[in-house]
Ligand binder design. Structure first.
Ligand code: 1GP
Length: 251
């Protein structure tokens, strides 16, 4: 792709209201469904694939990422759960810091270890502040990173993190309720962060219906991520419905 992946997604956002990203977990449990999932992505108006997960249960992650990249018609973006998933088969990566946490290893430690390898591989980096919110289920990220999520009733704390990310020069803020969350990030939090912060917003975690996605786009989300519900649905019609809901300007 000649333009950077982030620029490409921003131009989709500008033209169609928001961009829609599907998360594929390259773990063993998805080994048999990866090809079908990527083919569905290609046919359903999805704008990019995020690849990542907090825990890998075998050693074949890189081989699965290569398969995803080979089959995908859209950019494949690394959403790092851990450095063990870093490999050259990505078009870009969210170069993330868990800014809602106070664990120095996930604030800067992993990034320092990764940076020379990323440089060597030539992967586009998208500077991203990752904000974990309390979606009502103890998420794997919470456990692995050893960090506390921000309560959903504290838009003030969330806005403060968004401003900090902006002033640190990050390009994107990822408002994350946690994969499989019972409650997605509330609309009013997205509205307040959007009103106060000048930074693109990824919103994900616990989004289970196209209506929920659309409400979050209307509140100010630039990019919507779904993972679990797409895994559970197992067909492309739901992806298509999400794509139409997110791309509200073209529907
Ligand atoms: C997780 O935000 C993503 O990091 C997707 O969450 O699996 O709940 O859709 P779900």
């Amino acid at each position: 792709m000649s333009v950077p992946v982030l620029t490409h997604l921003q131009s989709i956002r500008d033209a169609q209201g928001a961009a829609y990203l599907v998360l594929i977990d390259p773990d063993r449990k998805n080994d048999g469904s990866i090809e079908d999932r990527v083919r569905s992505v290609n046919q359903s108006g999805v704008d990019a694939i995020l690849v990542g997960g907090s825990l890998m249960m075998d050693g074949k992650t890189h081989e699965r990422v290569a398969r995803i990249h080979q089959l995908s018609d859209v950019p494949v973006i690394f959403f790092p759960g851990s450095l063990s998933q870093l490999c050259p088969h990505y078009d870009a990566m969210l170069f993330m810091s868990i800014i809602s946490g106070r664990n120095p290893h996930y604030l800067i430690g992993e990034q320092v270890i990764a940076a020379p390898v990323v440089h060597d591989m030539g992967i586009e980096t998208i500077p991203t502040g990752y904000v974990l919110m309390d979606g009502g289920a103890h998420s794997t990220v919470e456990f692995i990173s050893g960090t506390q999520p921000i309560p959903m009733n504290r838009p003030d704390i969330t806005v403060a993190h968004g401003l900090a990310a902006q002033y640190l020069g990050m390009k994107v803020l990822y408002l994350e309720a946690g994969s499989g969350a019972q409650t997605p990030v509330p609309v009013d939090i997205i509205e307040q962060v959007k009103r106060r912060c000048d930074i693109d917003l990824i919103v994900g975690g616990g989004i289970r219906t196209p209506d929920q996605a659309r409400e979050r786009v209307e509140a100010g989300a630039d990019f919507i991520v779904t993972g679990t519900i797409i895994e559970e649905a197992g067909d492309s019609s739901l992806m298509r419905a999400f794509s139409e809901a997110v791309h509200w300007r073209s529907s």
